[in-house]
Design a protein around this ligand. Structure first.
Ligand code: ZN
Ligand code: ZN
Length: 377
């Protein structure tokens, strides 16, 4: 499958344009043959007047490079994105993205607005979240799909963590003042903007502005805010297993986000995924803006080895990550519908199990059959 389109400038705008010999079309592209529309179910090149066996009946037939119409990793102003949940849905609609998941960092605050806007706009919205965890090897993100975003434990834990984060910044500022940095809470607040909760990056921005460090990275990575330094005030952190359990207990489907960011080597990642899957990890984000085709293939093998499903998304944040477009990532992202189907199937199976369990009836749904195997969800 080709990872680029023949006319990237057209593709970027998603304007329909006339087909000509040699044009590359991709799975998911919308093709108009003069009388009707077809969605391409395969990728390939246009040859003569035949496109995938379908004759182009009129000159001027065109296709619209939808490429991916699914994006299962998106952030809004509820965490650190720049579009409100409603604006996010309107952007999806504008770009022809038909199924999205809202996966803000450690918050459920944007979900209801996105779900309501999705209903109005005809965009399917899967309620989700992206939880941050820390482990001995570093940091990791766990995505949760189809979560019950009113679940009291999940809501309560996230609220507690948000509170701690808020209370933490004054402590960080105090610690810095204690060792001679001339910085105030107001200096930090200026850098928070719409992001909602202040964090270490905002303190780092303030330190850069005051001339203490040349860059945010320098302040956070080796600087006074880095691990073990005076500006590193400990707070409650979730372990990866806790994230998986929190999500699963809220009826959600836990998925390991962008595996390369764990910085684990192949053997360690395999072990890590194996352990998490015993606790209920159900999938791996194999399709991702920063994944090369080789990385995607590698993570697909890993998912298959542990009987996990695959998901994918762009990690869209709006204008703060200008190179990443909703539904397309850096241009080559193409999340297959199979990812959505797999999530739906697990959700349907688990609700069936849930209902039957509540009624005290033992059921024979697939979920029940695989429940004994620790490697399955
Ligand atoms: Zn992430
Ligand atoms: Zn993300």
């Amino acid at each position: 499958m080709s990872l680029s389109t023949q006319n990237p400038e057209h593709a970027a705008k998603r304007e329909p344009y006339p087909l000509k010999d040699g044009d590359v079309v991709r799975r998911g592209d919308l093709f108009f043959d003069g009388t009707e529309y077809h969605t391409m179910d395969n990728a390939g090149k246009v040859l003569g007047v035949i496109c995938f066996g379908k004759p182009i009946k009129k000159p001027g037939a065109w296709f619209r490079p939808l490429v991916s119409n699914i994006d299962l990793h998106c952030h809004t102003t509820a965490s650190d994105g720049t579009f409100s949940p409603e604006e996010f849905i309107l952007e999806a609609k504008r770009l022809g993205v038909t199924t999205v998941a809202i996966t803000d960092h450690d918050t459920l605050d944007g979900i209801q607005e996105a779900v309501d806007a999705g209903e109005k706009a005809g965009v399917r919205v899967i309620p989700g979240v992206e939880l941050s965890a820390e482990f001995s090897g570093g940091r990791v993100h766990v995505l949760g799909y189809h979560i019950d975003y009113t679940d009291p434990t999940l809501v309560g834990t996230l609220a507690e963590m948000a509170n701690e984060r808020k209370e933490r910044i004054p402590k960080v500022v105090k610690a810095l003042q204690g060792i001679g940095f001339k910085i105030t809470e107001e200096d930090v607040a200026k850098h928070v903007g719409n992001a909602g909760s202040p964090g270490r990056p905002h303190v780092a921005s303030a330190l850069v502005e005051k001339g203490y460090y040349p860059s945010i990275k320098a302040a956070m990575d080796g600087g006074v805010l880095s691990d073990g330094q005076p500006g590193d005030i400990p707070r409650k952190k979730l372990s990866p297993i806790e994230c998986v359990q929190l999500i699963a207990n809220a009826g959600g489907i836990p998925v390991l986000a962008h595996p390369y960011q764990t910085k684990l080597d192949d053997a360690a990642l395999d072990k890590f995924v194996g352990e998490l899957s015993e606790w209920g990890l159900a999938g791996i984000e194999t399709y991702y803006s920063e994944h090369t085709p080789e990385m995607t293939a590698k993570y697909q093998k890993l998912a298959a080895a542990w009987h996990l499903i695959e998901t994918g998304g762009s990690d869209w944040h709006g204008t703060v990550k200008p190179g990443i477009e909703l539904g397309r990532g850096r241009g080559g992202l193409d999340v297959p519908i199979a990812c959505v189907t797999a999530l739906d199937k697990i959700k349907a199976d688990s609700s069936q199990l849930h209902c039957n369990s509540l009624a005290g009836v033992s059921c024979s749904c697939p979920k029940e059959q695989v429940r004994d195997s620790p490697k399955s969800y």
